[in-house]
Design a protein around this ligand. Sequence first.
Ligand SMILES: [Ca+2]
Ligand SMILES: [Ca+2]
Ligand SMILES: [Ca+2]
Ligand SMILES: [Ca+2]
Length: 261
Amino acid sequence: MKKIILLFCAGCTLVNVFGQVGIGTVNPTNSSMLEISSTSDGGTTYKGFMPPRVDVAAQRDLINPSVNDVGLMVFVESIGCLQIWNGTNWENINCLDRIAVEPWINEFHYDNIGADLGEFVEIAGPTGLDLGNYRLLFYNGVDGSVYYGLNLSGIIDNESNNFGALSFSPPSIQNEMEGIALIKRSNGQVIQFISYEGSFTATENLANGMTSIDIVVFEDGTDSAGLSIQLTGTGDFYGDFIWNAPTDDSPGDLNVGQNIN
Ligand SMILES: [Ca+2]
Ligand SMILES: [Ca+2]
Ligand SMILES: [Ca+2]
Ligand SMILES: [Ca+2]
C-alpha cells in the first residue's frame, strides 16, 4: 500500500513540474508557464510582484552570472534601478525617478580660535527617517584608523517639504586632516566618507580601503566659535548641495541658503 501511495504522489509531482504553474490562480493563462495572480480571494485583497532585491551593486555582483544567464533580473535598491543581465553586463531596465533618500552629513564644526567650542555634526534627510539605523565613524587622517564611533538616534523632523535635520555632539572632533563616515547599520553600507584638509584612505572598520572625499572647505582655527562648514543650494539629496566656508551655524536646523524642493 505504501508503495502505491508513493508512486501516486510521484505522479502528482511530475504533473506539477511539467505543467503550467499558477500562484493565486488555478487557471494560469495558456501562454504563461507561471502566472501570479494579484488576488487569491476573488478580489478582497490584492498583492504585487516583488523581484529579487539587493541593497547595493556589490551584493548584485556576488550573483556572478554567466553568459548563459542572459535575461536575469534584479532590483538594486541603492540606485533604485531594475536591471537585466545581458550576458556580459547589467543594464538598467528602468530607474526610479526618486528612490528612498538616504540621510547625509549636512553641517559640522570642529575648530575655532582657542579651545574648540560646540563641536557637532548635523545630519539632514527625509522626514520620519529613524536615525537609529545610522552611525558616524570619525577617522584619523594620519593612519586611517577610527578614533570615535557614535550611534545616532531620533526621527528626522519636518522643517521644509518633508525634510529636516538633527544635530549630534561627539566629545571631540579632531582638527587638521580628518574624516567622517556615515554608516547604515542594518547593512554596513558606507553612505558617505568625507574629509577636510585633505584626503586619505581608511585602514579599518567599515570604510576600510575607501579613499575619503575632500570637501575642500575647512576650519583653520582662526574663526570664532559659533561658525560651521555647511551645505547650501537647492535640491533634495546630498549631491544637490555645495559645501561652504565657515559661516553662522544652525545645528539641528536646515541651513540658511539651503532650499528643499
Ligand atoms: Ca576640534
Ligand atoms: Ca581650535
Ligand atoms: Ca544646520
Ligand atoms: Ca531639526
